[in-house]
Design a protein around this ligand. Structure first.
Ligand SMILES: [Fe+2]
Length: 251
């Protein structure tokens, strides 16, 4: 199944100015949840980092498990390898990556605002390893007022931040069917589990799933406060090669 690219056809864009490119990615992603531009050819890894610093604070890749995939302190090379089964190595697995908020286990001030990805090489098969985005506001609209309110007081056991924050709901959630996450709420554990389950059902049932059509030179900014993201299954050692930086909004 090929997800629709509705609203995400890459717009042609020149790269004479990283300032202008950063401004375009920021404004477009804040309107649409995801900004996708075709800049003709990929940026160098250093330029990708400089672009990130023009959007906010670029977050260093500190996890020792991913060091061998890093281009420098900030740029992660995303290429599928064999499935190692490790949680930390999920981005490199050919298996499906279930819908999630990036760094959902961290409080909002410590999560990236944007995941910025650029494509160096794409898979020949468009239906393989698709990056998809699911609008958080569409998910929230599928929930009842009681469910949404429960999620505002629901926390993953071991964390101190709620699953939903802010008036325009911002979710911090990773599909619990693939994690050991347990939840609790002011209304009790059962209410928390039921509300999380309803949210995950809404994530998978909403029709507002949009695919980023990768080709070399396409760059995308995924707003982690507006959309969940996921990746469909691909091939081990497929030809798709993306580079990623994570950026936190300043202020
Ligand atoms: Fe992710």
């Amino acid at each position: 199944m090929l997800w629709p690219a509705f609203g995400l056809e890459p717009a042609p864009y020149g790269t004479d100015s990283l300032d202008a490119l950063a401004a375009r990615l920021t404004s477009r992603s804040s309107e649409q949840g995801v900004a996708v531009l075709d800049i003709g050819r990929p940026l160098t890894a250093d330029a990708l980092v400089q672009l990130g610093w023009r959007m906010g604070t670029v977050l260093a890749e500190r996890d020792p498990a991913v060091t061998s995939f890093c281009e420098n302190e900030y740029v992660l090379n995303l290429r599928s390898t064999e499935d190692a089964g490790d949680f930390e190595l999920q981005p490199f697995s050919p298996r499906e990556l279930f819908a999630h908020t990036e760094a959902s286990h961290r409080p909002s001030g410590q999560r990236p605002t944007w995941i910025v990805l650029q494509c160096l090489t794409a898979n020949e098969d468009d239906a393989s390893a698709q990056t998809v985005a699911i609008a958080m506001d569409a998910v929230a609209r599928c929930l009842s007022a009681v469910q949404l309110e429960t999620l505002r007081s629901t926390q993953r056991v071991g964390s101190s931040h709620p699953v939903v924050e802010c008036d325009a709901p911002v979710f911090a959630l990773r599909d619990p069917s693939v994690t050991d996450d347990r939840f609790t709420s002011d209304s009790g554990k059962e209410a928390a589990d039921a509300a999380v389950l309803a949210a995950m059902k809404a994530v998978y049932q909403t029709r507002l799933v949009r695919r980023i059509p990768w080709r070399p030179g396409v760059i995308a900014a995924i707003d982690n406060t507006k959309v969940f993201h996921a990746r469909t299954a691909g091939e081990p050692h497929g030809s798709r090669h993306l580079q990623r930086v994570r950026v936190r909004r300043v202020g």
